[in-house]
Design a binder for this molecule. Structure first.
Ligand code: NAD
Length: 366
């Protein structure tokens, strides 16, 4: 064996320090020279069930960035599943590479084989950079995949269900803030009218809300103006435009100090993942400003609820009914946050962790 290419044993690596901080169960590094596959599967917690989370394909600047991303995202999935009452744990996978250049049938199928080797402990789905077609390739090698097209018995595009959950979170927030869950006449500003955002526009339009939107895609903007009478604002103006409810449905980490200080609304309720740039600092700032923040990982869980339904035998009506429960859970979180004088994201995390701890104790006897 030629050892000259192997790193010196002196190389310093703090991998276990990182994963013990986040308390991950298992990290799997997958390498296949033939297809060029370089993937990391992070299984955060399987107390409630198998870890479910999509596969993201992204051209990460460094391998450390890829690892950081998969650790962060998989932990988020644990809490999303737990707070939604699903018997699922949290996991996620990343494939390192440019989805437009490096993806192939062989790469996705090889990845499927690695998943198969985990014997059902990890279930994948599509995410940024992967498609339903890719999941069909994965499915040629393993059953541990959801998010398949309807023609294959899957649930198809989860975005309408996600939008419905966000809508439930919005209505619960309106009830808390204004005493009624009606959105009629409410001013709602939506950043990003893609797959989820546009469905949300449709739902709130039906209820008689006045809608303001921003997006970088002119076609989507034109569609929203024409079909839903939306008003368009440019880029950053979406933060300061006067609204009752602001719905971030494009990018993560947009709730930073500057943007929070610009906000001119009373409720934040949107689909984007990881909206708070720094969970503790910005969760507190939102609270101090008197804004009601509907925790993102709770109200955007409709997509996960939809794919969970696929895992147990797909039924769209059941998925929608389970998604409706987001309304009550949102109100419970507001109650807990008030009782403990903590920010709402923290209250949601506590509630999710409590369910994990409670079920762990259920499992403590034979
Ligand atoms: P999408 O890519 O279809 O839509 C995103 C939209 O945001 C696009 O129209 C895009 O043009 C727009 N956008 C990008 N940059 C922008 C900017 N700077 N300002 C305004 N608009 C901008 O994605 P999606 O599936 O609708 O998801 C939206 C968000 O919700 C993402 O953060 C995603 O992670 C999260 N989410 C989606 C689902 C789901 O079921 N699709 C589930 C949970 C969470």
């Amino acid at each position: 064996m030629n050892t000259s290419t192997i790193s010196s044993p002196d190389t310093h690596l703090d991998l276990f320090a990182d994963i013990s901080n986040t308390n991950h169960e298992q990290i799997v590094f997958c390498n296949d020279n033939a297809s060029g596959l370089k993937a990391i599967i992070a299984i955060h917690n399987t107390i409630l069930g198998p870890g479910l989370g999509g596969t993201r394909m992204w051209n990460y600047a460094t391998e450390a960035d890829a690892l950081k991303d998969v650790l962060r995202l998989s932990r988020g999935m644990t809490y999303k599943a737990a707070i939604s009452g699903l018997n699922l744990g949290g996991a996620k996978a990343v494939i390192i590479g440019d989805a437009n250049k490096h993806k192939s049938e062989a790469l996705m199928r090889k990845f499927g084989r690695f998943i198969e080797n985990l014997n059902g402990k990890y279930i994948t789905a599509e995410d940024v950079g992967t498609t339903t077609k890719d999941m069909e390739y994965v499915n040629m090698e393993t059953e541990s995949v959801v998010g398949l097209p309807e023609s294959m018995g899957g649930g198809g595009d989860p975005s309408p269900v996600t939008a419905y959950g966000v809508y439930m979170g919005m209505k619960a927030s309106a009830k808390k803030a204004y005493g009624s869950d009606s959105l009629a006449g409410k001013k709602i500003s939506i950043q990003g009218i893609g797959k989820v955002g546009m469905h949300l526009v449709e739902l709130v339009h039906k209820e008689g809300a006045q809608i303001t939107v921003s997006d970088i895609n002119k076609e989507s903007l034109d569609y929203a103006v024409k079909n839903y009478g939306a008003t368009v604002v440019d880029g950053r103006d979406i933060y300061s435009v006067g609204a009752d409810i602001f719905a971030p449905c494009a990018l993560g980490a947009i709730l930073n100090t500057e943007n929070i200080n610009s906000l001119n609304c009373s409720i934040i309720a949107g689909a984007a993942n990881n909206q708070l740039a720094e969970e503790e600092e910005h969760g507190m700032l939102v609270k101090q400003k008197g804004l009601l923040y509907a925790p993102d990982f709770l109200i955007n869980a409709g997509g996960l609820i939809n794919v969970y339904s696929e895992h147990i035998g797909y039924n769209r009506e059941n998925a929608m009914r389970d998604t409706e429960k987001i309304f009550d859970t949102t109100l419970n979180i507001y109650k807990l946050a008030e009782a403990q004088n903590i920010h709402t994201q923290k209250a949601a995390t506590l509630l999710a962790q409590k369910r994990i701890d409670d079920i762990l104790s259920v499992q403590s006897t034979y």
